[in-house]
Design a protein around this ligand. Structure first.
Ligand SMILES: [Zn+2]
Ligand SMILES: [Zn+2]
Length: 483
């Protein structure tokens, strides 16, 4: 394969989340590029991913690292030995695991820290492939031992002789630790929690609040039938959409409608395949767009009502009259339409293109179907990240829009969320209640500026209305004239 085509396949794998940046950089180097060029290619890819989906994926961001700072992500000595053995057996017998699996086994045998995404994939690999160890050739006494399943199990740092231990037990434990740590961080400021829970709450948020309170209070009464928040709608629209795309891709792979195309004619033939699949999926993108516009608009309207309710709380505390709720402005409605369009495109067109574009590195139909199925395992978390980010953005935009349209609020202060990261601390130092006020519609971080905290830097690519980084749950305090 041409080096360029090879490198773009690697970029495809990186983009789909199948491999991490370090592995991607190493694989691109293998195509004959220098490390510096490979790093630049991955850097560029990261930027374009951020632009397309609102998911974070940026290691320098800090939103993920904060959550898992306290979790040890280094594979154990035992896992390193098992992965090493897997690599040796694969070399010897020529079966088991993909190139991606080999690269990852090297990371495990070097005991490099694994990313939370890799660990979650590891945990679902062990759960899904347990059955492979029942095959005859998985028995050390069999002629064909070791089976491909045994080698793959070892490559992941698992012990085929004790499937509940080693890598499998480690991955499950780490997934639980990471989830525990992440939950601690994701909290809204107390004064706005009831509003934001009703807009941005996902089932894990409701479970957390319920566990915390024991009995639901009058304010935050969580009845099962009321649990359909705009964020939940966004999440199910995205995951249903991804499931539909996945189903179509699996059918196309199995029927031979799409296949790997080696050689120079790659791009054209790939385009033909992509167009065919998108034709099968005609209508899906439009439906996703409509559903997203409805849910995001609901979130923005909810943010508007919340913003006005907060202003009225302050006014009535001071014995002043009430402000009425203005309608969502035309400019905001337009912005919502545009963002929903980008997400719908990311879910349908970009997923199909990414998949077809990455077909050259792996070869078997079974392998591709398995990869697509694992894409399905990831889609709920991708859908949830999109839902969190979009509903939070819409809440902020709605609130700012309503503050501005009502004429009651001209300035605001930054309100840090409990457990917020050092970057949010830095923003609070600038614009918190004791610091300078911001104009009501001014972003508190600007695209291209650099925020430094604890030796790490965050450089947002765009102005942000309300969130410092994905998963940020900070807020604002309205400054009301005369109060
Ligand atoms: Zn933060
Ligand atoms: Zn924050």
């Amino acid at each position: 394969m041409e080096p360029i085509a090879m490198a773009s396949s690697v970029l495809g794998l990186f983009r789909s989340g199948t491999i991490e940046s370090l592995t991607a950089i190493k694989s691109i180097q293998k195509c004959g590029f220098t490390r510096a060029v490979a790093e630049r290619m991955i850097e560029g890819e990261k930027k374009s991913i951020e632009k397309i989906a609102s998911s974070c994926g940026d290691e320098s961001c800090g939103c993920e690292t904060k959550a898992i700072d306290d979790v040890d992500l280094q594979p154990t000595e035992e896992m390193a030995e098992l992965a090493e053995r897997g690599l040796r057996l694969r070399e010897e017998h020529g079966r088991g695991g993909t190139e991606v699996g080999v690269a990852r086994a090297r990371d495990i045998s070097n005991r490099s820290n694994l990313s939370p995404e890799t660990i979650s994939r590891m945990s679902s690999f062990f759960a899904r492939h347990r059955v492979d160890l029942d095959a005859p050739a998985a028995d050390p006494g069999h002629d064909e031992y070791p089976s491909a399943g045994v080698v793959a199990w070892l490559l992941w740092g698992g012990d085929p002789a004790n499937p509940d231990e080693a890598g499998a037990a480690w991955a499950d434990r780490k997934v639980a630790e990471i989830e525990g740590e992440s939950e601690k961080v994701y909290e809204w400021p107390k004064s706005v929690r009831k509003y934001r829970l009703g807009i941005e709450g996902l089932s894990s948020d409701f479970a957390r609040v319920k566990a915390e309170q024991g009995e639901p209070s009058a304010d935050e009464d969580i009845r099962e039938d009321e649990k359909q928040t705009p964020a939940m709608e966004i999440s199910s629209t995205v995951s249903d959409g991804l499931a539909e795309v996945q189903k179509t891709l699996i059918a196309a792979i199995e029927s031979g409608e799409i296949a790997s195309v080696p050689g120079k004619a790659d791009d054209k033939r790939r385009d033909v395949q992509v167009r065919k699949i998108l034709k099968t999926l005609a209508g899906l993108e439009g439906k996703i767009l409509d559903d997203l516009v409805a849910s995001i608009s609901k979130a923005a309207a909810g943010g508007g009502s919340a913003g006005i309710a907060r202003v009225n709380e302050l006014l009535s505390g001071a014995g002043s009259g009430k402000v009425g709720s203005p309608a969502v402005s035309e400019a905001l409605a337009k912005a919502i339409q545009k963002r929903a369009g980008l997400i719908a495109k990311a879910v349908v067109q970009d997923t199909v293109k990414r998949f077809v574009g990455s077909l050259d590195l792996t070869f078997s139909i079974q392998g591709e179907v398995a990869r697509l199925q694992s894409l399905g395992d990831l889609s709920p978390s991708r859908a949830e990240t999109i839902a969190r980010t979009e509903s939070a953005n819409a809440y902020h935009e709605g609130q700012i829009d309503a503050w501005k349209e009502s004429g009651a609020v001209r300035e605001k202060h930054f309100l840090k969320a409990p457990g917020a990261c050092p970057f949010c601390d830095a923003v609070e130092k600038r614009y918190g209640e004791k610091a300078k006020a911001l104009a009501v519609d001014a972003p508190m971080v600007r695209g291209g500026e650099t925020i430094t905290a604890n030796g790490k830097t965050l450089t947002p690519k765009f102005d942000s209305p309300g969130i410092v980084h994905p998963n940020c749950r900070c807020d604002f305090i309205p400054v009301i004239e005369g109060l």
